[in-house]
Design a protein. Structure first.
Length: 501
């Protein structure tokens, strides 16, 4: 299971330090959400005892998640939930990985994390390391000549994925060498399968994003997109010199979807194309309203795209509306308005078209968290997760309440159920919960220690930018950059892992 946007996480948006400062400022002044949106109450159905209940939803049967293999929505019939409810949800720290040393006041990206049934893999400074799931001991290390730029949110069924990275380490005189290198990696064995570049004229293309769908690795850029066979690295397709339009990026997982751009800034025409992953041939196409500059792929099956229409979000989230699209016909199914002052999801969109956070898609529904607002207790705040029907664009009436001083953050789907992380109050650790796809009943899967030293590390992994993966009773939280700036003199960590007792 790769990093979600979870979906998506997800799998999920990784912010650089500058954007993080902006986001923090926006959150600090966010409007209190006490009106302007109708919250319908959820039903009272119960769940099951041995697993997080899996009664499914009422608005369609699409959206089952592979529950840890790909981190993406698989579409088709809802699968059974796989996450077990532990006899004791109180967790312990399995291991912590110290933050890597960075010199010369630099910030180095450490984006990319994945979980298989054998290993937890995480990018470090110019490397990818595989750790034992329970002990945290290093099982393998893939050394790279430069920092990882991005890791795919998806992997194949045999745990192969892809990364982009720089050919050299940054220096003061040249802080970036471009993300020109694409590599396939085997997460089980810790082997780099191949490394490729694509040239435009005589210069290598710097790729903005990378994803995996089927047996294909797809990378996108302002110079166009390219596809590689994940086993061999053979080129499947490449940018054409005669193209006046270009594939800015791709969404992967069960389908391969391209965000294709035509026209100049201010008069942009975006097309959302579902492609044959092996040939790049267009299967269906939806043309967005002219003038929308950027779009993000939230899910490829069912197909959901986010955009900031007319720069109206106003909060830096990159989202004002979601578009539910039939990827067989290319027709718009519904459009969902998601005002930035009411909802707390975010997408990059500008370069990394698959980097969306704090939202999930499943059961033919879109799950969004609200912004925090006043709770019932004095000086308390809280939020909710609201479900939208992708066929109609309307709220389903399902609502999950975080509770006073907690904040719910969607991670991914587990069959028909939603897995969410709950940020805790000042004196309690965070939680992982499963929310039943039908009743919206919440079942606690994990509660982290309230020890101050542990809470300090957990709180440093903000869901707004950290990579958070939960699977098979283990929670992995990791940072997306390493920096000498802002060091407090205390021990800082790249990864903290929890396991239910």
């Amino acid at each position: 299971m790769p990093m979600q946007p979870q979906p998506g996480t997800g799998g999920g948006r990784k912010l650089n330090s500058s954007v993080l400062i902006i986001v923090a400022a926006v959150v600090a002044i966010a409007l209190i959400v006490t009106g302007g949106i109708w919250y319908a109450s959820s039903s009272d159905d119960g769940g099951k005892d041995d697993t997080a209940s899996s009664s499914g939803g009422t608005g369609g049967d699409k959206g089952g998640d592979k529950g840890g293999d790909e981190g993406g929505d698989t579409g088709g019939q809802s699968t059974k939930a796989t996450e077990k409810v532990p006899s004791d949800p109180n967790s312990k720290v399995l291991f912590q990985v110290p933050a890597p040393e960075v010199k010369d006041d630099r910030t180095i990206p450490t984006v990319g994390s994945w979980v298989t049934d054998k290993v937890y893999a995480k990018s470090g400074v110019a490397e990818v390391v595989g750790y034992d799931l329970d002990k945290g001991t290093k099982l393998w290390t893939i050394k790279l000549p430069g920092p990882v730029c991005q890791g795919s949110n998806h992997a194949t069924e045999d745990n192969r994925t892809a990364i982009t990275f720089q050919p050299k380490m940054p220096t003061k005189s040249q802080p970036s060498h471009g993300c020109t290198q694409v590599a396939g990696i085997d997460l089980d064995t810790g082997k780099k399968l191949w490394t490729k570049t694509v040239e435009s004229g005589t210069q290598p293309i710097s790729f903005d994003n990378v994803t995996v769908s089927g047996s294909t690795v797809a990378v996108g850029s302002t110079s166009g997109g390219a596809g590689f066979d994940i086993a061999t690295g053979d080129r499947v397709w490449a940018p054409k010199a005669t193209d006046t339009c270009y594939d800015a990026g791709y969404g992967g997982g069960p389908k391969l979807v391209a965000v294709r751009k035509c026209g100049s800034y201010g008069e942009r025409q975006l097309s959302i194309q579902t492609l044959d992953s092996k040939s790049g041939k267009v299967i269906s196409e939806y043309k967005m309203t002219k003038g929308i500059e950027y779009a993000s792929v939230v899910s490829t099956e069912p197909l959901v795209v986010a955009a900031d229409v007319g720069d109206s979000a106003g909060d830096g989230s990159g989202i004002s509306d979601f578009f539910s699209i039939d990827n067989k016909t290319g027709k718009l199914r519904s459009r969902i308005s998601a005002p930035g002052e009411q909802f707390n999801a975010s997408c990059d969109g500008i370069t990394k078209v698959e980097e969306c956070r704090l939202l999930a898609v499943g059961n033919d529904r879109l799950y969004l968290p609200t912004e925090k607002h006043d709770g019932k207790g004095e000086y308390s705040d809280t939020n909710e997760i609201i479900a939208f029907d992708l066929a109609t664009g309307k709220q389903t009436g399902q609502r999950a309440d975080a509770g006073d001083d907690y904040e719910l953050c969607p991670l991914r789907m587990d069959g028909p159920n939603l897995i969410a992380y709950k940020r805790g109050p000042y004196d309690k650790g965070g939680q992982v919960v499963s929310i039943d796809g039908g009743s919206f009943k919440e079942t606690k899967l994990m509660e982290n220690p309230a020890t101050e030293s542990v809470m300090d590390v957990e709180r440093s992994m903000l869901p707004d930018y950290a990579e958070i993966l939960y699977t098979n009773g283990r929670l992995f939280m990791s940072d997306v950059f390493a920096s000498e700036l802002g060091s407090s003199g205390e021990e800082e960590y790249l990864v903290i892992a929890f396991g239910a007792k």
